[in-house]
Design a protein around this ligand. Structure first.
Ligand code: ATP
Length: 368
């Protein structure tokens, strides 16, 4: 079947995943966690969709569902137009070539007994991408693409820094010639300047290869500078989704406002501003999430109806979606206050470096 360029690389329709966390002595499920509930989204070619939210909100589970590493309990996943929800293990292995995953800890995802050349050549062999005689050449080319030197191919992971190891992981992901890469907290463990370099590399690769990214992160400061669109998650649900520009300029959902107001700021927020966006209490247990709107137990704008409303996304004509049934009635000045928050100077530095590097000619990396 010929695909048009408008076919999403990944599409989720009503995707859900429950994990049984307690069973009876006879093995029957007693308690389960709804890690992901009724998520519908699309990743288009060449775009970056960020998935953000607090720890435990279901970001990683959603990432694994999107590449069908785990099976959904509800809904469907399409990769490059093909429904992969119920594909067998073997068929899925072939399809997975199109979507690769990068984790936070590059050391854990590299085999310490394999050289970098062997590591990168593995997917080349597995998917039979280039003939055996051309593999060394392709490994060298991939190393250069991620800013490493071909002569580093014979080294082992422990001989590299954290940033260089993440580059190796990216080279291995690229070896499969994917259409999309899911980056699960891919730069979170790196320090600020190395983060800037790796983010810069990802953006550059996107431009050159037309790659799409799902960028899973708890760090909104980083997301703001890499994402085209953002999906905000709370207790397994997407509560707001829109372009990065809109989400950061006019956050609709109270949870998005709270997340934005939690970005570290240079000056302490005014009492007024902190109150406007502050959530009350702790994150409820995912074992027994609140009925109605999941946020109602913590929302500063809560009203009695919130205990019974559904979490259905209200989609505006421009595609911006948000799950707060009363968002049009929330004080508009609160959104403006949060959107105006000054940013962390350290992050500003990161992005300045980012921009400056984008203007420089490509070079190989000896340090980070
Ligand atoms: N294999 C599993 N078995 C049982 N519960 C799980 C499993 N994987 C995830 N969960 C639960 O599902 C929920 C979502 O977890 P997930 O790791 O997807 O969240 P997250 O937003 O990625 O968090 P973090 O940023 O801390 O990784 C959590 O309550 C978690 O405890």
């Amino acid at each position: 079947m010929t695909q048009t360029t408008t076919t999403p690389i990944i599409e989720a329709r009503g995707l859900g995943r429950k994990f049984v966390v307690k069973r009876t002595v006879f093995g029957r499920p007693l308690a389960s966690v709804g890690a992901v509930e009724d998520v519908t989204l699309r990743l288009m070619p060449g775009e970056t969709l960020a998935i953000v939210g607090e720890s435990g909100c279901g970001k990683s589970t959603l990432g694994r569902l999107l590449m069908r590493l785990i099976r959904p309990s509800a809904g469907e996943v399409f990769i490059d137009g093909q429904n992969v929800t119920n594909l067998s293990h073997a068929a899925m292995r072939k399809q997975r070539r199109h979507v690769q995953l990068i984790f936070q800890d590059p050391y854990a995802s590299l085999n310490p007994r394999m050289t970098i050349a062997q590591t990168i050549a593995e997917p080349l062999m597995l998917h039979n991408i280039v003939p055996a005689g051309q593999r060394a050449w392709r490994v060298a080319e991939l190393l250069e693409m991620v800013g490493l030197r071909p002569e580093q191919a014979s080294r082992y992971p422990h001989e590299f820094s954290g940033g260089q190891r993440q580059r190796v992981v990216i080279a291995r992901a690229l070896a499969s010639e994917p259409k999309a890469i899911i980056c699960d907290e891919a730069v979170s463990a790196l320090d600020v300047s190395i983060q800037a370099q790796v983010l810069n590399l990802l953006k550059d690769l996107q431009k050159r290869l037309g790659l799409a990214f799902v960028f899973i992160s708890h760090d909104l400061g980083v997301v703001k500078h890499i994402a085209d669109r953002v999906a905000v998650m709370y207790l397994g649900n997407v509560v707001e989704m829109g372009t990065a520009d809109e989400i950061f300029a006019v956050p609709r959902h109270p949870y998005t406002r709270a997340l934005l107001s939690a970005i570290p700021v240079a000056a302490p927020p005014s009492h007024q501003r902190a109150k406007a966006a502050r959530l009350c209490g702790d994150l409820p247990s995912p074992l027994s999430p609140p009925e109605g709107c999941r946020l109602h137990t913590r929302c500063p704008y809560v009203r009695p109806e919130c205990k019974t409303v559904s979490m259905k996304l209200d989609v505006e004509p421009n595609g911006h979606a948000n799950a707060c049934a009363f968002w049009r009635e929330l004080p508009a000045q609160d959104a403006a206050e949060v959107a105006r928050e000054p940013r962390n100077p350290k992050l500003e530095e990161l992005f300045a470096a980012f921009e400056a590097m984008a203007k420089r000619p490509a070079q190989t990396v000896t340090g980070g």
